[in-house]
Design a protein around this ligand. Structure first.
Ligand code: PMP
Length: 463
């Protein structure tokens, strides 16, 4: 009988989850960037155990703090984090036996907060729309907690240079080796600046011609600061894109290794995040969409033999309640929906019968009907045909001028019939027919049934 002995040291195992960080794949983009010359490769950081690139710098910051004595056994780690760094810190804290408090701003997705709680972090939420120096800001709250809690260490990923060192030591060399030194451009969203500065420094040391492009948001100070040296507070306003852009200048941003900042709108960042999932099967977060959109804005600068590496920070699952939610996108006007038709606009009252008046009814009847059905305009019929219309403005004017007119037949005072359109008429074409004098149109459904579409319906459909 053959007995197999498997020795423990031969097994291919990791000693703990932290050892699985890094060595993320480089994946070619095929469809979204088809208009770009060169080869476009995505460094997909979602395969890290915390599902983001931030695992790398979080563990590096913890280890450096241990070495320098800032973080002592049983200590509490405190950080103002948008979630991904918190996840990396949480994994480090679990394995190394620390407590973790994450201070987030209220712009961050609920998923991110829930995930942090799931891995044992305490989460404190602060308002976004306050100045960084405001005592309620997440910068201030994190610092205050760190001064109040004994044996605590405030990470400060913005100014803690172990952040960019992690990328200098790990992410940069991985990209260089995976592209066999052929990389010509590196593109990434910039928040603390750790990723771009660490990777950029390493790559430029290997080949100073490599271009390093940072993706910025509207509402952030980076681009103007890089181009003019001016920290312009007018550039600061609330925006939606998560993880990138800043209202401060973090020490981790090494402006010297960054060749250019490209700003991307919240809408484009969101739209391209969705397209990455649907067209490339790469389910990643908001800053990845921003990076792809920024690359496309810069595509004219690329040549056929360029090798572009674009880094995707985090996983799409953190954005299912936002970017990947149609209602959330629609509320912000981010969905370029198939155009609306007349039928779409009247859908909410399509099951209600059309209220009409006979041409020989009296104006007083019209007033009763308008009040009963709470409507402002009514088509007038004779022999089943639309022969005129009446609206409350007109009735008001008539009765103000001569109250006796209430006993006059409608046919004597009615206006022209409302225009008629088919149910599939585009909303923009319907809107062209509606004005002060023509407050409504009649819509003919596929079954021949007629409905009224008013100015109010159009306004409601735009809300
Ligand atoms: N994208 C996401 C989703 C992030 O969480 C962050 C970190 N704030 C970034 C991009 C920017 O990376 P870095 O902080 O290294 O500049």
């Amino acid at each position: 009988m053959l007995i197999l002995f498997i020795r423990k040291q031969d097994m291919k195992v990791y000693n703990n989850i932290l050892e699985t960080i890094g060595n993320t794949p480089l994946v070619k983009l095929n469809k979204l960037t088809a208009a770009c010359k060169g080869t476009i490769l995505a460094k997909v950081e979602t395969t890290n155990p915390g599902n983001s690139v931030k695992d790398r710098m979080a563990v590096k910051m913890i280890e450096d703090a241990e070495k320098s004595g800032l973080l002592k056994p049983g200590g509490t780690i405190i950080e103002g984090t948008s979630g991904n760094t918190g996840m990396g810190l949480a994994l480090g804290a679990i394995i190394k036996g620390y407590k973790l408090i994450c201070v987030l701003n209220d712009k961050q997705s609920k998923e991110k907060m829930d995930i942090l709680r799931a891995v044992g972090a305490e989460v404190v939420v602060c308002p976004t729309a306050v100045d960084p120096s405001d005592p309620r800001s997440y910068y201030s709250v994190s610092k205050r907690l760190a001064s109040e809690i004994p044996n605590s260490w405030y990470v400060n990923q913005y100014d803690n240079l172990s952040n960019r060192t992690a990328h200098y030591e790990q992410t940069g060399p991985e990209i260089w080796e995976q592209t066999e030194g052929k990389v010509t451009h590196f593109i990434v969203g910039v928040g603390t600046g750790g990723t771009i500065s660490g990777v950029g420094k390493y790559l430029k040391e290997q080949n100073p011609n490599i271009k390093i492009w940072g993706i910025d948001t509207y509402g952030s100070v980076f681009k103007k600061y890089k181009e003019t040296g001016i920290f312009d507070e007018n550039e600061i306003y609330p925006y939606i894109t998560e993880g990138i852009g800043e209202d401060i200048l973090p020490a981790n941003v090494d402006f010297d290794v960054i060749d250019h900042f490209e700003k991307v709108t919240d809408k484009d960042a969101a739209v391209y995040t969705r397209r990455l999932a649907r067209e490339e099967g790469i389910f990643v977060g908001n800053s990845a969409g921003a990076a792809v959109s920024g690359l496309l804005q810069m595509k004219d600068q690329l040549k056929e033999d360029d090798v572009v590496v674009i880094l995707f920070h985090d996983h799409g699952s953190r954005y299912v309640g936002k970017i990947f939610n149609d209602d959330w996108m629609r509320e912000r006007g981010f969905l370029d929906e198939e155009f609306k038709t007349a039928a779409d606009v009247i859908a909410r009252h399509a099951d209600q019968p059309l209220v009409t008046l006979y041409s020989e009814e009296l104006i007083s009847h019209a007033i009763v009907k308008m009040r009963k059905f709470n409507i402002s305009q009514i088509p007038v019929t004779r022999d089943g045909q639309f022969v005129g219309s009446l609206n409350d403005n007109q009735v008001y004017q008539l009765l103000m001028d001569n109250p006796q007119l209430k006993d006059t037949p409608i046919s004597k005072v009615m206006q022209a019939p409302f225009p008629e359109v088919k149910a599939n008429t585009k909303l923009e074409d319907v809107a062209k027919l509606i004005n002060e004098q023509v407050p409504a149109v009649i819509v003919e459904g596929e079954n021949g049934q007629k409905q009224i579409l008013t100015r109010q319906d159009i306004i409601a459909s735009l809300a």
